[in-house]
Design a protein around this ligand. Structure first.
Ligand code: F6R
Ligand code: MG
Ligand code: MG
Length: 368
């Protein structure tokens, strides 16, 4: 059977600053998604959070970009804002809901969306990842490791189904166009783009031999939608695993290195991406460090069996310790780059005001 998985998320307010979603948000979302399941609109759902982002995972048969599914998510975010965020005066109530009303597709309205439709295999392991205090480009490094680096994914060399490689769709967030690049033959071109994480973002990955979809990520950039700082676009990712696709352990291997991402405090700092369990999916130190949760499911006729809380595991303790060390090291740079992002990547800055104030005091000097 053909199934669509939609993971739709939004920051609609949180407790004690930008720390964590309110349990009542999740309660309300579960109630609404249960109703939608009973009417047959969706097949199944799972509600969770990472930091201040409420995550709605849904399975259904309406295909990608379904107005009904997107409206369901939008209405839940609006209702949770009204009935929870506003009642408890949560911080940043309704923050990611950038539009007054729904207009057929949730993309461009603020919430982040990752979706993929496929024929359910005989056994279908699906992994979902959600990160807080970072941006969609944070997945570029992970997706490259998983689908293009044989030092991460042994199957690229060993498994005949993967040996031909994968196709990456890269979206240019500034120009609003996308290009498909093949690995391994075009990896240098691919890396030339996706190394610029604030602009070129991987949205989809397919297996080359048969075009089977393997991964889907969210690619919104809120500040480009709103034209002002409205928080980072804390991204989500769906990955199918096993049997001719990277094994679950090969997908997770990419998370064992806490690579540096943009985001953290005020969306304007570089820090390590720390894999955590659902229990630790809240942002504290310097509003972070940026965190990622991973959940594993088995699909069966569109139903979600699980989850396995993938980073709730001593195998990732060492990664977390390294992440803490990197966090310490980066923090000691205070307001200096590269801990603080470059001016063009900072979500907001006082630089124009400072320069305006000092305008009269600048004097000409020879620099050549
Ligand atoms: C980062 C984030 C937080 C806030 C910070 C300041 O994406 O959401 O780090 O930027 O807590 O928030 P305000 O300006 O609302 O006090
Ligand atoms: Mg927030
Ligand atoms: Mg967030």
């Amino acid at each position: 059977m053909k199934v669509t998985i939609s993971l739709i998320k939004a920051d609609i307010g949180s407790i004690a600053g930008h720390v964590v979603v309110h349990p009542k948000h999740e309660e309300l979302a579960r109630k609404k998604l249960q109703e939608a399941k009973e009417t047959g609109l969706i097949l199944d759902y799972y509600v969770f959070h990472v930091g201040d982002d409420l995550q709605l995972l849904m399975t259904h048969q309406k295909g990608e970009d379904s107005p009904e599914i997107h409206k369901l998510a939008w209405d839940i975010f609006v209702e949770a804002t009204e009935k929870v965020s506003k009642v408890y005066k949560l911080y940043g109530a309704g923050q990611d809901l950038l539009s007054e009303s729904f207009s057929g597709n949730i993309r461009g309205l603020g919430p982040g969306v990752a979706e993929m439709e496929f024929e359910e295999r005989r056994s279908e392991p699906v992994l979902v990842f959600a990160a807080d205090k970072t941006e969609p480009g944070a997945w570029n490094f992970k997706l490259y490791k998983i689908f293009a680096d044989p030092f991460n994914t042994a199957g690229l060399v060993i498994d005949p189904a993967m040996h031909e490689g994968f196709v990456f769709e890269v979206v240019d967030l500034l120009e609003g166009h996308a290009v498909k690049l093949k690995a391994p033959e075009e990896v240098y071109d691919l890396l030339a783009l996706i190394g610029t994480t604030g602009r070129y973002v991987i949205r989809k990955v397919w297996r080359k031999i048969d075009n089977e979809v393997a991964a889907a990520a969210s690619v919104t950039r809120l500040s480009l939608i709103a034209g002002r700082y409205v928080g980072k676009d804390d991204p989500v990712l769906i990955v199918r695993a096993q049997h001719g696709l990277p094994a679950t352990g090969e997908v997770l291997e990419a998370f064992a290195f806490p690579h540096l991402v943009s985001g953290w405090m005020r969306g304007s700092h570089t820090g390590p991406l720390m894999p955590v369990s659902l229990r630790d999916a809240k942002c504290t130190r310097f509003d972070g460090p940026p965190r990622v949760v991973g959940l594993g499911f088995q699909l069966h006729n569109g139903l979600l069996e699980g989850p396995v809380d993938l980073f709730d595991d001593p195998a990732f303790d060492h990664t977390r310790r390294i992440a803490e060390e990197i966090a310490d090291y980066m923090r000691r740079h205070g307001p200096f780059m590269p801990h603080r992002l470059g001016p063009e990547e900072m979500e907001y800055t006082t630089l124009p005001q400072v320069l305006a104030k000092l305008k009269e005091r600048f004097v000409k000097v020879a620099v050549k």
